[in-house]
Design a binder for this molecule. Structure first.
Ligand SMILES: Cc1cc2nc3c(=O)[nH]c(=O)nc-3n(C[C@H](O)[C@H](O)[C@H](O)COP(=O)(O)O)c2cc1C
Length: 429
């Protein structure tokens, strides 16, 4: 989802960088729009670097000196827009139509007045008039400016039109006075955006440990046994859980994926390292999701140096790796929830149900890796969720991110059951 973040010319403009990070952690793509005055306080570069997008600063692409701007303004303009605005001449309409919400933080007394009276003399106020998306404003200003009848009348007009106002807080103000006017806490503004967009925060009290990717089991100095797991399912789970408010620890086998924002990552290579990483953290987490494709076997001994090629056949002796789910089953605490994954090529449901019984998980995510669009590598999955009471829920092919949210939905339900009854549905309790 894409949101517009309007930054206007107040002392609190620097705090918008923190808000941007918060919104990104919630998985939102953020298009920053700055007023001319805002650029006196923070450079667009800050927001550009953080958001990964060009910051929109002007309504007109070629406001060169002489074209209504002073020479000084023109120079400043050139510096800011080193790259000319080559987007559509009606970019403000495109932005207005592409965003799911417009949040203006901090909002100056000036921008509130313009919004209340329909002035549209810069990019931000033009987008405000052109968008049908919900609008949230977080004013910040000197206490007298905030209390002024004009500002309060403007706030009343905006409120009456459905604009959500995040009231400023009281406290010490930059102008040296104390009272109402300080920008609301960033978390409160971010929460208002989430609520407006209907985003869930139902995992806020959970700490999830998610494993992802393959493992490498060394054969010699340069070779290893592995599998085709990309890590995408585990990374999708980590990202979805983070967006839903959980603290997430991601134990990742070797992958090229970029970890989601706000997730703590521990990188491992071998199944032994993965087992250690998971079991060392087990006591500190409330939910474990074992989405990694941990090797079942590893070479019985690692050969020193590099095996030389010759014409004779070569046999490798393999031994089973540590069974991480079984070790979790031994050590888990009463309130912990455990989810396993079963990637099968035959007798999917029987094998997955057997694994769930043996490993005493609260949920088993089964996927038939022979099906097109399921299992390793791809961006999609076809999952069946198995429950210890014998229920099974099958889903159509969907993105791994959507599949991740279905798994998390079940965990939220399971947590409610545990909270109400004090017991798990799984056999180990
Ligand atoms: C140092 C300084 C700090 C300011 N801080 C604020 C502020 O916190 N809130 C506010 O409403 N205006 C503040 N102003 C006034 C605005 O910058 C001014 O009204 C400007 O025209 C706002 O433009 P904009 O709404 O297009 O961003 C400040 C001005 C200066 C010079």
């Amino acid at each position: 989802m894409r949101v517009g973040l309007g930054v206007t010319g107040g002392i609190a403009a620097y705090k918008a960088a923190e808000l941007l990070r918060c919104l990104q952690e919630d998985g939102l793509e953020v298009q920053v729009i700055m007023t001319r005055a805002a650029r006196e306080f923070v450079t667009p570069l800050t927001f550009e670097a953080l958001s990964g997008h060009k910051v929109i600063t002007d309504l007109f692409p070629s406001s060169a000196p002489g074209a209504g701007a002073t020479a000084a303004e023109g120079n400043a303009q050139e510096k800011i827009q080193a790259e000319p605005n080559t987007e559509s001449a009606i970019e403000h309409i495109a932005v207005a139509q592409s965003i799911e919400a417009l949040v203006i933080a901090p909002a100056t007394a000036d921008v509130l007045a313009k919004m209340a009276h329909g002035l549209a003399d810069d990019f931000l106020t033009t987008v405000y008039l052109a968008t049908r998306a919900p609008v949230i404003v977080a004013p910040a200003m000197n206490i007298n400016m905030w209390r002024h009848e004009a500002t309060q009348a403007n706030i009343a007009i905006l409120r009456q039109r459905g604009v959500k106002i995040i009231e400023p807080e009281s406290g010490y103000l930059a102008c040296g006075m104390t009272g109402a006017g300080r920008l609301a806490a960033i978390e409160n503004i971010a929460r208002a955006v989430r609520e407006t967009l209907g985003m869930r925060r139902d995992l806020e009290n959970e700490t999830l440990l998610v494993t992802a990717g393959p493992t490498y089991e060394p054969i010699d100095l340069v070779r290893h046994l592995s599998n085709r797991s990309s890590g995408k399912m585990g990374y999708a789970l980590a990202e979805a859980a983070r967006r839903r408010g959980a603290r997430v620890l991601l134990v990742s086998g070797p992958t090229h994926l970029v970890p989601p924002q706000g997730v703590e990552v521990e990188r491992v290579k071998t199944s032994d390292e993965m087992a250690d990483a998971v079991l060392n953290r087990l006591a500190t987490v409330s939910i474990v999701i074992m989405a990694a494709a941990v090797a079942d076997y590893q070479p019985a001994s690692v050969i020193q140096g590099k095996i030389k090629k010759n014409s004779r056949p070569l046999s490798l002796e393999l031994k089973p790796t540590r069974d991480i789910l079984a070790e979790i089953a031994e050590r888990r605490q009463p309130r912990q929830l455990v989810v396993g994954f079963a990637a099968e090529s035959d007798h999917l449901l029987e094998n997955a149900a057997e694994k769930m019984r043996a490993k005493r998980t609260d949920l088993m995510v089964a996927n038939d890796i022979t099906q097109e669009g399921a299992g390793f590598d791809g961006d999609t999955n076809i999952i069946t969720l198995l429950f210890p009471d014998g229920r099974a829920k099958s889903f159509e092919k969907m993105s791994k991110f959507q599949a991740a949210n279905h798994v998390l939905d079940e965990l939220v339900e399971l947590r409610k059951t545990v909270a109400q009854t004090g017991i798990f549905t799984s056999p180990q309790s």
